[in-house]
Design a protein around this ligand. Structure first.
Ligand code: EPZ
Length: 428
């Protein structure tokens, strides 16, 4: 099991290229199941989750042709052709689904295309139970009959799904994406109220429109879809990863450095940038990215509450907590989306952070210096939080179980080392 070793205390200076968004690429890849023609996706990041999704899609009958990026280094910006003339298997098996919860995103498209789908229940993960009940209830409203047998969701519909007026009682990102894809091939009009407004949902909607879908209200909490008999192929480029960009913005801030986040789109990150600015970080939007500097004024703690987009993203909570652990003053970090997303706290405390959890909130009191220590990654964003703390800490930090990181951060060590970080991967 690989680990990452960091010697902290060096301000980051330089440019970090931001890759395509993991949480856009995954639903975009499943959209290929909706058509017999070829969907070409560009700017794909090179991540374990993308490979897992590719393997799952191939098991359903999708043929894939990966072309390297213009740099030819097989990393960021890869181009992938996905063709599904016929879905040859309508079952997404447990051994693949258990590796990645986002596999549930094949349920809507396979059911809409073939009238049946059998998908292993994804199960929980470190941050929460992660139920999919809202996905299933909405599909039932569109005429599907759903049963749970042996840990699998079994969904069937006679003929086509029927358009319906869906109201999500709670905002669900992949729930919105699953139902949006299903609605594009349904018979009639589907309204999705309380739809997720994350940029990745809008990216999927724009791609579906390029494939011939009729969708109104993109970016709003009400999506209106006129179902079609079929969709056609398209070429679409994945939007930049706002969570990767935000994570490296914190890297610049926590090391009191100055980094250009190349390709980052500030319009997708306003809640985070507002918090960083309030904390004393200097954020300036450039032609092709965002310059983040913290090499002048002190960094102050700021209160943060996670909310669905356009609120502060839960996927950035662990990272900003690491920043506040080294800031002046105190901050209260409240997590409202997931029930167990403070797994980074005990590890940060091992590095000298002063954090106390009260139910869904953590009180963080900044300390002058964190100290390096061996720490353990538990989930994707918690792992990044520990890397960020290690960049600022005095001495050496070793983060184990970095397979979590490889799911969501492409070439992490290379991108940070290029800005002066003393960081290396230790093969385990
Ligand atoms: C997506 O997960 C993201 N994953 C997550 O990113 C992200 O943290 C999350 O949205 C919230 O923004 C992908 O896009 C692949 P939800 P998702 O459905 O769709 C409850 C990362 O780090 N809920 O919006 O699974 C659920 O328990 C990952 O990149 C139900 O109760 O999240 C949670 O409390 C982590 N029933 C809340 O809603 C349901 O049927 C939001 O979950 C569905 C969700």
């Amino acid at each position: 099991m690989d680990s990452i070793r960091i010697r902290g205390g060096r301000p980051l200076k330089g440019i970090i290229p931001i890759s395509g968004a993991k949480n856009a690429a995954l639903p975009l890849m499943t959209a290929c199941l909706l058509t017999g023609e070829t969907l070409t996706l560009a700017n794909l990041p090179h991540l374990v989750d993308i490979t897992t999704m590719a393997n799952l899609l191939m098991s359903l009958g999708v043929s894939l042709h990966m072309k390297s990026n213009e740099r030819g280094d097989g990393c960021g910006g890869r181009i992938l052709d996905l063709s599904t003339p016929m879905i040859t298997d309508t079952t997404a098996h447990y051994d693949l689904v258990r590796k990645m919860r986002a596999s549930i995103l094949v349920l809507g498209p396979v059911l809409a295309r073939t009238g049946q789908a059998r998908v292993s229940l994804p199960g929980g993960c470190a941050i929460g139970a992660r139920p999919v009940d809202l996905h299933l209830k909405a599909l039932e409203q569109m005429g599907a009959s759903i049963s749970i047998e042996g840990g699998y969701v079994d969904a069937r519909v006679e003929g086509r799904l029927k358009g319906a007026h869906l109201v999500f009682p709670q905002v669900t990102v992949t729930g919105t994406e699953n139902l949006l894809m299903a609605a594009t091939l349904a018979d009639g009009e589907t309204i999705i109220d309380n739809a997720a407004r994350e940029p990745e949902v809008s990216d999927l909607a724009h791609c579906l429109v390029a494939m011939g879908a009729e969708i109104e209200g993109i970016g709003s909490s009400r999506l209106v879809v006129q179902g079609k008999e079929s969709l056609h192929g398209a070429t679409y480029s994945v939007l930049p990863d706002r969570i990767e960009a935000g994570s490296y913005a914190v890297a610049a801030a926590i090391t009191r450095g100055s980094v250009l986040l190349q390709h980052a789109d500030a319009t997708q990150m306003s809640a985070l940038l507002k918090v960083l600015t309030a904390a004393g970080v200097v954020v300036s939007v450039q032609e092709d990215g965002i310059l983040v500097s913290a090499d002048t004024a002190p960094i102050r703690g700021v209160d943060v509450m996670t909310e669905p987009h356009p609120g502060f993203p839960t996927d950035m909570q662990a990272q900003v907590m690491a920043l506040f652990a080294t800031a002046e003053g105190a901050s209260m970090v409240t997590e409202t989306i997931f029930e167990n997303r403070f797994m980074h706290v005990p590890e940060l405390k091992r590095m000298g952070a002063d954090i106390n959890i009260h139910n869904g909130s953590a009180i963080v009191r900044g300390v002058p210096r964190l100290s390096g220590a061996p720490v353990m990654a538990t989930d994707l964003r918690a792992s990044m939080s520990l890397v960020l703390a290690g960049l600022a800490a005095e001495g050496e930090t070793t983060v184990t179980r970095v397979y979590h990181l490889d799911r969501g951060y492409e070439r992490l060590e290379q991108k940070l080392a290029a800005c002066g970080a003393e960081i290396e991967r230790v093969r385990g």
